[in-house]
Design a protein around this ligand. Structure first.
Ligand code: NAP
Length: 346
C-alpha cells in the first residue's frame, strides 16, 4: 500500500501522523483519510456506524438520497427484537442514529456521485468534494421496483405511488376504489393499510396464490374491503390525458383477455431492486445487481470493501437482518484495518 497520510482530525490508529504546525488547513483537509466511510444510513449503515464508532474508528456515514432508508416509509415495525409494542420505522432509525452519534459517528447528508475502488485508499466524490478512506462499508439498500409503464412514470404522484403509509391518507384516495399491485408481504401490508381510506381495495396479482407470509395472506383474504384479482397484470394506467389516475387496464395472463377497472390510486408493491449502480463493473454482483459476499462474511470482491443490508441480501430483507449485517461489516472493517496496519508496521 502506498504511503498513507491519515486524517489528523479523526483518526487514532498506527498510521496517525503529526502534521507540522506550518501546514495550511487546505493542505491538511486534502490529506484527510477516513478509517471507514459508510455509504447509506438505513438500518444496516447506522448499525455499522454504532459498531464502528464503539471500536473508535470514527466512522463517517454518507446518508445518500434517502436518509433512514426504506424502513422510514413503513408504519409500525412489529418484528424488530426488543420492541414488544412495535416501533415506527422512522423512530427506529432515528434511535439507531442517535446511538451511533453518541459514540462519535458523523452523519453527512450528501450523495456519493462516484467511487474509485481501484485506488488505495479508496476515493469517493461526495457532492463534488473528494474523500479518501481506508475501508468502505456499502449499505445503500434497495429501491422500489417499477412496472416499467410510461403511464406509471407520467402519473407518479398524481395517483401512482409506491408507499401507502406515506400517501394513503391523501384526500384524492378517500372513499375511492384503490388498486394495489403485487402479491408479497409489502402488497398485503399496503392493501390492509388502504382499507382505512379507500371504499374498496383491489389487489392485482400475476398469479393465483400470494407470496406473502401466511399470517399476512390470511388477513388480506379475510378482509371484507379487499378484493383479489388473480392472474392479472397492469398493462396501462389511465388516464394520462386527464393528468390523474382514473383506472387501470388489466390483462389476464391465462386468457389474455383485457379489462378496465376504475380506481383513483395505484399503489405499486412488486418488490425492490438493489441500489448498486455506483459499483457496477467494480464489485462482483449477481445477475440482479446484489453485491456478492465472500465466505459468509461481509467482505466483497475487493479487500477493504464490505457490504451490508438490502443491497447484498435478496433473501431475508428484514430490518433486523440488515442491522445484524451492518454490525458484522463494522467488525470486519475494523479487523481489516487492524491487519493492514499490523502488516505495514512489519
Ligand atoms: P416480494 O416478496 O419479492 O414480492 C414481490 C411481489 O411482486 C411478488 O408477489 C411478485 O410476484 C410480484 N411482482 C414482482 N415483479 C412484478 C411485476 N413486474 N409485475 C407484477 N408483479 C410483480 O417483495 P416484498 O413484498 O416487497 O417483500 C420483500 C421482503 O420484505 C420479503 O422478505 C417480505 O417478507 C419482507 N416484508 C415483510 C413485512 C412484514 O413482515 N410486515 C412487510 C413487507 C415486506 P410473484 O409472487 O409471482 O413472484
Amino acid at each position: 500500500m502506498e504511503n498513507i497520510i491519515v486524517n489528523a482530525v479523526h483518526l487514532r490508529n498506527p498510521y496517525e501522523l503529526s502534521l507540522g504546525k506550518e501546514e495550511k488547513m487546505s493542505e491538511i483537509i486534502s490529506k484527510m483519510i477516513e478509517n471507514v466511510v459508510i455509504i447509506g444510513a438505513g438500518c444496516a449503515g447506522l448499525t455499522a456506524a454504532v459498531y464502528a464508532a464503539r471500536a473508535d474508528l470514527k466512522p463517517l456515514v454518507i446518508a445518500g438520497p434517502m436518509p433512514g432508508g426504506l424502513i422510514t416509509t413503513t408504519g409500525v415495525v412489529e418484528n424488530f427484537a426488543g420492541f414488544p409494542e412495535g416501533v415506527e420505522g422512522f423512530d427506529l432509525v432515528s434511535k439507531i442514529q442517535a446511538q451511533a452519534e453518541r459514540f462519535g459517528a458523523r452523519i453527512e447528508y450528501g450523495n456519493v456521485e462516484s467511487i474509485d475502488l481501484s485506488m488505495k485508499p479508496f476515493e469517493l466524490k461526495v457532492d463534488g468534494a473528494s474523500l479518501r478512506s481506508l475501508s468502505i462499508i456499502i449499505a445503500t439498500g434497495a429501491g422500489h421496483r417499477h412496472l416499467g409503464l410510461d403511464s406509471e412514470v407520467q402519473l407518479e404522484k398524481k395517483g401512482v405511488t409506491y408507499c401507502a403509509t406515506c400517501d394513503g391518507a391523501l384526500p384524492i384516495f378517500r372513499n375511492q376504489p384503490l388498486v394495489v399491485v403485487g402479491g408479497g408481504d409489502s402488497a398485503c401490508e399496503e392493501a390492509l393499510h388502504l382499507t382505512h381510506f379507500g371504499s374498496e381495495v383491489y389487489l392485482i396479482h400475476r398469479r393465483d396464490t400470494l407470496r406473502a407470509s401466511k399470517i399476512m395472506a390470511e388477513r388480506v383474504l379475510n378482509h371484507p374491503k379487499i378484493k383479489p384479482v388473480w392472474d392479472s397484470v397492469v398493462v396501462d394506467i389511465l388516464d394520462v390525458a386527464q393528468n390523474k389516475v382514473t383506472g387501470v387496464r388489466l390483462r389476464n395472463v391465462k386468457t389474455n383477455a383485457e379489462s378496465t377497472l376504475s380506481c383513483a390510486g395505484v399503489f405499486i408493491a412488486i418488490g425492490h431492486v438493489p441500489n448498486t449502480a455506483l459499483f457496477e463493473g467494480q464489485l462482483e454482483m449477481d445477475e440482479a445487481g446484489y453485491i456478492l459476499r465472500k465466505n459468509g462474511t461481509s467482505a466483497t470482491s475487493i479487500p477493504g470493501v464490505f457490504v451490508a443490508g438490502d443491497c447484498t441480501d435478496s433473501r431475508y430483507r428484514q430490518a433486523i437482518t440488515a442491522a445484524g449485517m451492518g454490525a458484522a461489516a463494522a467488525i470486519d472493517a475494523g479487523r481489516w484495518i487492524g491487519e493492514m496496519a499490523a502488516a505495514d508496521l512489519k
